[in-house]
Design a protein around this ligand. Structure first.
Ligand code: 5AD
Ligand code: SF4
Length: 372
């Protein structure tokens, strides 16, 4: 019996697919090389932009042919996109050959749904889930091991679907994270530990007693062995001095910070509910540059947020010029149903979004040619 997993979206989702693979292997499935040879195909989806959802719909649709050939093939769709009940129901009614549709919190129970498929199609979406289950991961990322330290997000940036599909922030107990890191390192084949969370800087605020992200970093660095620690993603409003100091002073921490700015304009940042100004952001960047020479910096930007003017977009361009990132990810704003921004007046034309994203990427290309 073979499985094949198709993953969309961020690194957290890639890691989630390692969990899915672990579950399937425990059930006796082996990793297949293609959809054609699989007995079960799992689509682990992303909902961050419309494009991600469209790709899922196209590729799930294409499975009809395989199901015709192999009546016993099980097709499961899970993840951020299916966590929205409307989308989950749409998938089930549009694609009669899908067997299982589950949300982000139901994944640990995947085995039960597979078992129940004999009795009929499965649809289940839990509103929340436990983060500390001990599950075997099938790690797939070479010398790097992903380690989830928290799930969910409390920030409610007005454009973002994540808080709706991943729930509120929940941190793992520090000792469980340390035990996982020790176990990973004892296998001897991993050189890098990448800590994952939607907002790693808020790590531990929900624990009793509280634990700071900086403490977690220091405690991981105390573990013996030859390895590098990295983390993502940081929110500028929560990136504290003690974390910057940890990156500066701990030899084991990679000199790299992904710090999504999203926009360089204060009015747009306010509308996005980012809770920092351009000036706050620049202050953090200056601090990082002063304390961590040669620190690699990357960022995400959204262009064409509702009501964004050409001048306001130019503030994003000038911020990118000022920081001189090692790389940026630029996205055209994509309205997500249920979010505050999707209901705002002044949605920007696709043509304008295209122009702005191209301009921003062209600037980044120019900057990459220049010496920092
Ligand atoms: N439209 C476009 N980009 C988005 N992002 C998040 N939500 C949206 C959206 N609705 C971008 C942000 C985030 C990255 C992971 O995706 O820049 O940092
Ligand atoms: Fe990752 Fe967000 Fe996409 Fe979910 S919606 S896969 S958390 S980027």
């Amino acid at each position: 019996m073979k499985y094949f997993i198709v993953t969309y979206g961020c690194q957290m989702n890639v890691h989630e697919s390692e969990k899915i693979a672990g579950i399937l292997e425990k059930l006796g499935y082996e990793c297949g090389q293609s959809r054609e040879e699989a007995d079960i195909i799992v689509f682990n989806t992303c909902a961050i932009r419309e494009g991600a959802e469209d790709r899922v719909l196209g590729n799930v649709g294409a499975l009809k042919r395989l199901k015709k050939k192999n009546k016993n093939l099980i097709i499961a769709v899970c993840g951020c996109m299916t966590q929205k009940s409307k989308t989950a129901e749409y998938l089930l009614s549009t694609f009669p050959f899908i067997d299982i549709v589950i949300g982000t919190f139901n994944i640990p129970k995947l085995g039960d749904y597979i078992e129940a498929v004999k009795k009929g199609r499965q649809l289940e979406l839990w509103e929340e889930g436990d983060i500390d289950e001990v599950l075997p991961y099938k790690r797939t990322s070479g010398e790097n091991a992903w380690v989830n330290i928290m799930q969910g997000c409390n920030n409610f940036c007005t454009y973002c679907i994540v808080p709706y599909v991943k729930g509120r922030e929940k941190s793992r107990q520090e000792e469980n994270i340390l035990a996982e890191v020790r176990a990973i390192l004892s296998e001897g084949k991993y050189k890098k530990i990448t800590l994952l969370g939607q907002n790693v800087n808020s790590y531990g605020k929900d624990l009793v007693p509280q634990v700071s992200f900086a403490k977690l970093l220091h405690d991981i660095c105390k573990i013996e062995g030859d390895f590098v620690v990295s983390f993502m993603t940081s929110h500028p409003k929560d990136l504290t001095d003690d974390v910057i100091d940890a990156v500066a002073n701990e030899e084991k921490i990679e000199k790299y910070i992904h710090l999504p700015a999203q926009s360089g304009n204060n009015r747009i940042l306010r509308l996005m509910n980012r809770k920092y100004t351009r000036e706050d952001y620049i202050k953090i960047i200056d601090k990082i540059k002063a304390k961590i020479p040669n620190c690699r910096l990357t960022s995400d930007f959204i262009v064409g947020f509702p009501t964004e003017t050409e001048e306001e977009f130019e503030d994003t361009m000038s911020l990118v010029r000022y920081v001189h990132y090692d790389n940026i990810f630029a996205f055209m704003y994509s309205p997500r149903e249920g979010t505050v921004a999707s209901k705002m007046d002044g949605q920007v034309d696709d043509k304008v979004k295209h122009e702005r994203v191209n301009k921003l990427l062209a600037l980044e290309k120019e900057l990459q040619k220049e010496v920092k």
